[in-house]
Design a protein around this ligand. Sequence first.
Ligand code: MV4
Length: 503
Amino acid sequence: MFRKILIANRGEIAVRVIRACREMGIRSVAVYSEADRAALHVQLADEAVFIGPAPAAESYLDMDRIVEAARTTGAEAVHPGYGFLAENADFARRLEREKLVFIGPNADALELVGDKVRARRTMEKAGVPIIPGMKTTPADVAEFETAAAALGYPVIVKASAGGGGKGMRVVDAPGGLAAALEAGRREAKSAFGDASVYLEKYLEAPRHVEFQVLADKHGRTVHLFERECSIQRRHQKIVEESPSPALDPRLRAAMGETAVKAMRAAGYDNAGTVEFLLDADRNFYFLEVNARLQVEHPVTELVTGVDLVRRQIMIAAGEPLGLDQESLAQRGHAIECRIYAEDPARNFLPSSGRILALEEPTGPGVRNDGGVYAGWDVPIYYDPILAKLIVWAEDRERACDRMAAALSDYVLLGVRTTIPFLKDVITHPAFREGRLDTGFIGKHFEGWAEKPPDAETVRLAMAAAALSEATGMGRSGADASAPGPKSAATPWTSIGRWRMGGE
Ligand code: MV4
């Protein structure tokens, strides 16, 4: 087993990996940018190495700085978390050359699944159902026109190097195809440095159901059941759960077997996810492989009891999985809500600033995966996820009740967050009934506005504002060092910073 691991990430996922290291008796090395000098992951790691300026391209994405940090600290392995370098095959290869272990899949598998068109060909050959569509990326518009006519409109333009929605365009009729191809190519080129696009038949309002897989380096591959991830906004997941309310045991078994087959066909090892779209007739289609630990991994951990980060580390160290499919089961129901520093009333505009108060909910079946603390300034440079709230209960209804109560208990002041929006999602009748598809947010939450705060909430906010002025904790940035409160500190002038309700 490794003695020391470097975590090439920040925020809640860096904290999650550090905790796994600590439990396993492995020393942890954090890396941090200028904006993260005081970040939680830096405080919790055994060692921390400064790697550069705030922009990710000059720090968390800079392979040279990360390799150098691993070298100077004597780390033997690197955990990439999610995002940043997590699915970068060049990074995996670079680490290999440097005799460092990448805690993730082998570089060949990473490369294969990163090329969506190549992955589709591999999956089709392996007998995995793929969405009807093209398996090449021609440059000639005429070839696209022929393919689209054969598929029937609507079709969707996708980037071959893509994933996550970038470069995608839905085309309803032949007249829109040329412009969509042009726009898709441009977006793909700028996002991935590769303009290759292809077409698929467009499925209306499918469900997004993904299967967690673990594969060791000795040929054993198992799945840890599914996560339902249909609650998304602009390709950003908001709420995830396991089990999916859409699956029955037969469909679950069929999809699980298919997920294992897909990963075997890709020559995959370590933790990964096979994404499927599920249509209204309950046909499922391979969408893509996410070659990383995912944000929503905790719901799988809570229903299966398997620590996925620990397993990732063991697999990377060459240990056999020691789990068989028959010994794995789903027990109860888990739901995750992502707490973002975004203002849901202002089109999810990122909200930066100082966290003035933080009280995470607790209680039976409540888990917090957080990356922040009260008094810390949320930087503008990175993904605005602050924390994840995950609950477990015996069944879905009780899990919904538990999540609603936990969200109500959540105190996070100083920046706007998605908490009030999440409360309304969890308590929405369609959500309670499990009527979910990828159009859920658009259908039920277009132009969402927060309910006005009740009197108790207003009293609390005023008291907190008064306390903030008295202690000076509320002042951040340039004026934080100025002596004493400058202006008349009435709760009425500062309540805006504390506001928990709407306008
Ligand atoms: C699709 C689709 C419908 N038909 N492909 C969005 C992210 C990317 N990974 C794939 N995505 C989609 N691909 C076909 N042929 C609809 C989506 C999609 C979606 C997928 C999963 C979760 C949320 C989504 C929201 C909008 C569109």
